[in-house]
Design a protein around this ligand. Structure first.
Ligand code: PLP
Length: 428
């Protein structure tokens, strides 16, 4: 269910008219719905529960922090029982600042530094998702130096085509991510031979915005095959991590329901454990990002100027590619809804920002009835929106607001331009 809907001609987030938020905090501003975030997380948690895996026992949802890392979002999810999938030391510090449990943190990414490894080990995180042999050696070194053993999982590359945008597909042979399927057994042998590592799991993450779960289940089958081969070598795994990747509706996409995907996945896993391992359970980890936050957020912006040309009409708004990079980067499509609907057929507009790049567009060829000063919502902007924002053109990043029923709270102040150059200095 969407918590961003019209009541009469006004667009609301839960019980709050979005125009009230723009009036209180200005634009551009990201707005998130607490009810949406909660429902989207519970879709995973309840599906785990329905398959006998309750309260983090037998399954753990590790929310992908990079999709939306605001402390208020992390805190809400942490209190619902979420673990966290991080890709940097900075994200670990965010999780801790938000009150998240570091022992429910898994650390992904191809380029972990020694400092990041030390930080994560000092907080006793659940597992490192390791992506190469040199990374295994570095982690073994760092853990040894601290007198610790690091729990590791290897990110294998199942070479499955997720049929998504090339920039967000990660599980093909030619991608930089993971360990090639055919090298996985040898890499596990290396890991098992290193004294300061404890091999605990296997993981994969094949891509993002997957509408169908067939590629995920295909990847699962390949991971299961590897787990069995490892078992024969005497390497027992405690967990299997299938990554994130479930898509959302931006326009008219119809993504698989999380409950249906998890039901097929758990059925497959339970059957496998019964047949091959005498019913011995294995923990299942998920790393969802977009499917939890994507449709729980919008970006509000104000129309500055209308330019009506011979071939094109432009609506110049106060949000730009630095606020929401997805259209410029992936040609991503975001819905555009006026906060106040007009009774007018409108015109076709390209919605563009003030940044000095032709690539600075947010939406193209949309039929809108507009006047300068109108407010618009860019829909489905909760994931990879604010976290990918930059300060290009010395634009302060947007404010963020969380709606909860009838109330709304500022959860990040708008950046002040003076802050943007505060760390700079002019040589004598
Ligand atoms: C980005 C990422 C995710 C989250 O992907 P979504 O498509 O947002 O669910 C999960 N795991 C890893 C390793 C990632 O890099």
């Amino acid at each position: 269910m969407s918590h961003f809907e019209y009541r009469g001609d006004s667009l609301y987030a839960e019980n709050v008219p979005l125009a009230a938020i723009a009036a209180a905090h200005g634009t551009p501003v990201y707005v998130y719905s607490r009810a949406s975030l909660t429902e989207n997380f519970l879709a995973y948690a309840n599906a785990c529960r329905a398959h006998g895996r309750a309260d983090g026992r037998g399954a753990l949802v590790c929310y992908s922090v990079k999709s939306n890392s605001n402390l208020a979002v992390l805190s809400l999810l942490g209190r619902l029982g979420s673990g966290f999938d991080i890709v940097s030391g900075g994200e670990l510090l965010r999780v801790i600042a938000a009150g998240g449990d570091p022992r429910k943190v898994i650390f992904s990414g191809v380029g972990k530094s020694r400092e990041e490894m030390r930080l994560a080990l000092s907080h006793d995180i659940l597992c490192f998702n390791v992506e190469s042999i040199p990374e295994l050696h570095r982690l073994n070194d760092v853990a040894g130096g601290m007198g610790k053993r690091a729990r590791v999982s290897l990110r294998v590359n199942p070479d499955v085509d997720p049929k998504t945008h090339p920039y967000i597909s990660t599980g093909l042979k030619e991608n930089k991510f993971g360990i090639a399927f055919e090298d996985a057994l040898d890499t596990y042998r290396v890991a098992a031979g290193l004294p300061h590592l404890e091999v605990t799991g296997i993981d994969c993450h094949i891509g993002s915005q997957l509408l169908d779960d067939a590629p995920l289940l295909e990847a699962l089958d390949k991971v299961i095959e590897l787990a069995d081969r490892l078992h024969e070598l005497g390497i027992m795994l405690h967990h299997l991590d299938i990554g994130g990747g479930i898509g959302i509706t931006y326009d008219d996409e119809r993504p698989v329901a999380v409950a249906d995907y998890l039901s097929r996945l758990f059925t497959r896993i339970d059957g496998w454990r019964r047949e091959q391992h005498g019913g011995k359970p294995i923990d299942i980890l998920f790393e969802p990002g977009r499917s939890i936050v994507g449709n729980a957020g919008v970006l509000l912006t104000e129309v500055q100027y209308l330019k009506h040309g011979a071939t094109k009409n432009f609506a110049v708004v106060d949000a730009a590619m630095n606020d929401l990079m997805r259209p410029a980067m992936y040609e991503a499509w975001h819905g555009v809804q006026p906060l106040q609907r007009r009774d007018d057929a409108g015109k076709l507009y390209d919605v563009v920002g003030p940044v000095c790049e032709s690539g600075d567009w947010l939406a193209r060829e949309r039929r809108l009835a507009l006047a300068p000063g109108d407010l618009l919502a860019l829909m489905s902007a909760g994931a990879y929106g604010m976290t990918m924002a930059s300060n290009y053109n010395t634009r302060g990043r947007a404010a963020e607001v969380l709606v909860d029923g009838d109330r709304f709270m500022l959860i990040r102040q708008r950046e002040n331009p003076a802050d943007l150059f505060a760390l700079e200095s002019i040589p004598e």
